[in-house]
Design a protein around this ligand. Structure first.
Ligand SMILES: [Zn+2]
Length: 85
């Protein structure tokens, strides 16, 4: 379930993972709309929800750009020590 996975990731304190003074801008892509938008991490989940609810009847069409989502997932995995043998 992608939605569950995303919710799990975004519940993590990602700002510490990025180690930046500035708020990371996360790219959101929507293939259906043909759009790519960068939004602050703090409003990421809200932006996704608003877009999908207003444009796609609540379906999870717009998502974090795949390459970023994968990176976030691996970073979170490292943070949790899941990659340690
Ligand atoms: Zn869309």
């Amino acid at each position: 379930m992608k939605a569950v996975r995303h919710r799990y990731i975004y519940s993590r304190p990602l700002n510490t993972l990025f180690m930046s003074d500035t708020e990371p801008m996360i790219p959101i892509v929507c293939e259906t709309c043909g759009t790519e938008t960068r939004v602050p991490l703090s409003t990421l989940e809200e932006s996704l929800r608003k877009h999908n609810s207003s444009r796609h009847d609540g379906e999870a069409v717009a998502e974090v750009a795949p390459e970023v989502a994968d990176e976030l997932a691996s970073m979170v995995a490292e943070d949790l020590g899941l990659l340690d043998e």
